[in-house]
Design a binder for this molecule. Structure first.
Ligand SMILES: Nc1ncnc2c1ncn2[C@@H]1O[C@H](COP(=O)(O)OP(=O)(O)OP(=O)(O)O)[C@@H](O)[C@H]1O
Length: 234
């Protein structure tokens, strides 16, 4: 087994007095897509925030290529090559599609992703490149959010509930881009409430329930019953 690109061990997270994550373990190998599933409030977004440096962690709870990074700031995490497509997209509303994408490239990391490559991946964005980003449909906005993250040439791409509120046909077209993205050598963590979608795009799945890992295993190896028990607790 190759060394993981990122490994999380015993991660706790708090909002004030409230503990949202309890001893979470997760590892991603180079080129692997890991799905994080769980019901509303299970702690999926908190896990993404912790990895991104938006929540404070113990330094050695998160290791990047073996190095403890849990205590780094969000800008330092981004500079390492860890990019988040946040829940709700958080595009810059007054900027055009192209300007939003360019901002993603500000870190200046070298790699395969640039405007031309993003437009190849999502051709509709080239057609609409001068339109304010928030004038786009939800699915197109999600493409901008993914493109903006890719423009930083990350080694790990984290996507938080990218299908939320989108029509099934749109979700399908967005996820169809994932093999091309991972084909460039990236690893990915995909947060999904849609269990079938999560299993179909990943090789490994981690289920959270009330802040704890309730199940983990190969995406093709877990039974429906195991997953629904881990997901719903029944
Ligand atoms: N800023 C905050 N302050 C206090 N508690 C919070 C905050 N953000 C989240 N929580 C709580 O932490 C727990 C985990 O929330 P989190 O958003 O990580 O769950 P989630 O699995 O991403 O759910 P969802 O699918 O609804 O986004 C929940 O109980 C939530 O109420």
């Amino acid at each position: 087994m190759p060394d993981p690109i990122i490994s999380i061990q015993g991660l706790d997270a708090h909002y004030g007095d409230f503990q949202a994550l309890y001893g979470v373990d997760l590892a991603v190998e180079p080129g692997q897509v890991v799905a994080v599933i769980g019901a509303n409030g299970a702690g999926k977004t908190t896990l993404m925030r912790s990895i991104s440096g938006l929540l404070k962690n113990k330094a050695d709870a998160i290791r990047w290529q073996g190095r403890p990074i849990g205590a780094l700031r969000a800008d330092q995490i981004a500079a390492l090559g860890i990019a988040l497509v946040p829940e709700g997209r958080l595009l810059f509303p007054s900027l055009s599609v192209e300007e939003n994408l360019i901002i993603g490239g500000q870190l200046g990391r070298k790699g395969p992703w640039n405007l031309a490559r993003i437009y190849q991946l999502f051709p509709i964005l080239q057609e609409r490149r001068n339109v304010p980003a928030t004038a786009l449909s939800g699915g197109q906005q999600q493409m901008v959010a993914i493109g903006r993250a890719l423009m930083s040439n990350p080694e790990l791409l984290m996507m938080d509930e990218i299908s939320l509120g989108l029509a099934p046909v749109v979700i399908k077209s967005i996820y169809e881009a994932l093999p091309d993205i991972v084909g460039e050598g990236l690893s990915a963590i995909v947060v999904e409430q849609d269990i079938a979608k999560a299993l179909s795009v990943s090789s490994h799945v981690v289920c959270l329930q009330e802040g704890r890992v309730s199940l983990t295993g190969g995406s093709g190896e877990l039974s429906r019953d195991e997953i629904s028990k881990a997901y719903f607790g029944v």
